[in-house]
Design a protein around this ligand. Structure first.
Ligand code: B12
Length: 534
């Protein structure tokens, strides 16, 4: 047995501490702003479960949302040496839900492991050979799947009360061998889980609280890691999360992280009515963001209930305006239907954030060729027609464990990790040889062009014009609320697009200084591909 994770005695009988760290994003990207005002729900849920274990406390450090009040190192990141001095952790856990943050996770795991603090990691990244990689990089125990129950068993092991090999759903090293224990069943009864406790976060300021009700997603998209039948909690559990946050922190902005809002339709409607009634009762108005599918736009009853409950912003995976690509992704929609559905949301007064993937690789044998230039035109026209308020156009990411990754690996198209590491798996970098006739460089330039055009500096001037148009509200004297909503939406869109311009520019400046293009050249050489794939 590895001596590092031998359960230690506790002679002083002091309470022990589990620290869970959410590792920082490797570089500034379009998500950096939002990550600074929110946090990851999974680690909070796991830390909250620790509240129920006798003798243990828990805290969460979110490196993406870490304020000046906390000790910092030279790079402005949390100073873990100082954190250990101030409040020594007995076990450190890591959130490995985003592959791009894995190099930082390993850096920290090695740091704590080197100081004889046992380390655990969980999250979507850990699948297949990535588990061995984690065990080679300072992680003592990898938790597969959901962590709320596993953490209780593991802390039982660290207290000397449980045997490690009897704990389901973990992998650890015994000598040279990796031991994988029996599989842990997926959670289905969410009533016995405590409400996530955000007070466990340290040195953090949250403006948008993540909450959730349904785990899993039955859509089976080829590129996505969230799979399996939807497993819902009762609507009351989500209401409890939202209302307790409002009552404790006056929280009014929420992100429902469920992959597909509106699954479990009748219970979703019940949730919306409960949420509406609560806001009416306490005389407040929430602003809620959800991820939803386009085809739900046909459900007029759902849309009305959503509006009444304060659901104002929708994140929608349009993915692509190109039919062949939609088919390859297992999306069951046609571009022309997508435009009309998107307009339905727009007409119902929702703010639509469109999420797109540029240059999705098609399966071998499909006869389709389109240049980057033509694709850009397709995207631009579609975004305009569909009346989308804000967009993100990213490159396909061959995420660990997905069908897409298996397919590209079989074709030997994914750039070797030795040249292009996990830190680039955030959707902003080309990670594989694209379909003929595109080059990786063109793919990347294309997303910058589409977003650069969408988010333009001129929106700042439009903001000025918008202020001048404020008296237009006079035309709406008969219904000031509608007038205000129309005016405000235009104002908000211009401000956001101007903000988007700053973000895209900042990202591009950072990119130009980075070593990526050199690494890309090296990766192409290693793969032995000089020309495009398929
Ligand atoms: C919210 C969210 C975000 C937020 C993140 C906010 C933040 N600060 O972290 C934002 C919008 C910024 C974001 C961005 C991106 N995201 Co995102 N996002 C999600 C989403 C929708 C919800 C996450 C969540 O809360 N889940 C619910 C909780 C309860 O589950 P969980 O996180 O898995 O946690 C459980 C277990 O994993 C485990 N666990 C987790 N941590 C730990 C730690 C320990 C110690 C233990 C024991 C257990 C454990 O226990 C938890 C409770 O059961 C997921 C999809 C999903 N449904 O999970 C995608 C997802 C996490 N995102 C994903 C991706 C790919 C991205 C992007 C690259 C964009 C893109 N191309 O799709 C960017 C990346 C940004 C970057 N810099 O790299 C992938 C990640 C896969 C991967 N291997 O990287 C997911 C899984 C979706 C997918 N397409 O497959 N995302």
């Amino acid at each position: 047995m590895d001596t590092m994770i031998e359960p230690a005695g506790n002679p002083t009988k002091r309470r022990r501490l589990l620290r869970i760290v959410i590792p920082t994003f490797p570089a500034f990207n379009i998500y950096s702003w939002v990550a600074r005002v929110t946090t990851a729900l999974g680690p909070i849920a796991v830390a909250t479960a620790v509240n129920e274990i006798e003798g243990w406390d828990a805290e969460v450090i979110d490196e993406n949302n870490y304020r000046r009040s906390g000790p910092q190192d030279g790079a402005g990141l949390p100073d873990h040496e100082a954190l250990q001095r101030l409040r020594p952790a007995d076990v450190v856990g890591f959130y490995g839900g985003l592959t791009s943050t894995i190099p930082r996770l390993y850096e920290l795991a090695r740091f704590y492991h080197g100081r004889s603090v046992p380390t655990i990691a969980g999250g979507q990244h850990f699948i297949g050979e990535n588990i061995d990689e984690a065990l080679d990089n300072g992680v003592d125990i990898v938790v597969i799947g959901e962590g709320e129950e596993a953490i209780k068993d593991l802390l039982g092991f660290f207290s000397g009360k449980r045997k490690r090999d009897e704990i389901a759903g973990i992998v650890y090293r015994d000598g040279q061998d990796a031991v994988r224990t029996r599989e842990r069943a997926l959670l289905t009864d969410f009533d016995h889980l405590p409400i996530p406790d955000f007070s466990l976060l340290r040195y953090t300021k949250i403006k948008i609280y993540p909450v959730g009700r349904i785990r899993g997603c039955g859509m089976d998209c080829e590129f996505c890691t969230v799979k399996g039948k939807a497993r819902p909690a009762r609507p009351e559990r989500l209401i409890e999360q939202i209302t307790s946050l409002f009552e404790k922190y006056r929280a009014k902005r929420f992100f429902i992280v469920d992959d597909l809002f509106g699954q479990d339709r009748l219970e979703t409607l019940r949730f919306l009515r409960l949420l509406h009634a609560y806001q009416h009762e306490v005389q407040t108005r929430f602003k809620v963001v959800v991820q939803i599918r386009l085809d739900k736009a046909r459900d007029a009853e759902l849309l009305q209930a959503m509006r009444e409950a304060g659901i104002s912003n929708l994140a929608i995976g349009f993915e692509s305006p190109i039919p062949e690509e939609l088919k390859a992704m297992n999306k069951r929609l046609k571009p022309e239907d997508m435009v009309s559905l998107s307009r339905l949301y727009n007409r119902a007064g929702f703010w639509v954030h469109g999420m797109f993937i540029f240059g999705y690789p098609l399966p071998a044998g499909v006869q389709f060729r389109m240049s980057a230039k033509e694709r850009i035109q397709y995207f631009r026209k579609f975004i305009k027609k569909a009346k989308i308020d804000t967009v993100q156009v990213l490159l396909p990411v061959p995420l660990p464990g997905t069908e897409l990754t298996r397919r590209l690996l079989q074709q030997n198209r994914i750039f070797p990790n030795t040249a292009i590491g996990w830190e680039y798996y955030d959707g902003n970098f080309p990670l594989f040889v694209p379909d003929d006739p595109m080059t990786p460089e063109e793919m990347q330039a294309s997303i910058i062009q589409i977003m650069g055009r969408f988010y333009r500096f001129r929106h700042m001037f439009t903001v000025g014009l918008q202020i001048l148009s404020f008296p237009m509200l006079l035309f709406y004297l008969h219904n000031l609320r509608v007038g205000w909503e129309v005016w405000y939406r235009g104002w908000d869109r211009n401000i956001t697009r101007f903000g988007g311009w700053i973000i895209v520019r900042k990202w591009y400046a950072a990119f130009k200084k980075s070593q990526f293009l050199r690494k890309l050249a090296e990766a192409k050489g290693l793969l032995g591909h000089s020309s495009p794939g398929r």
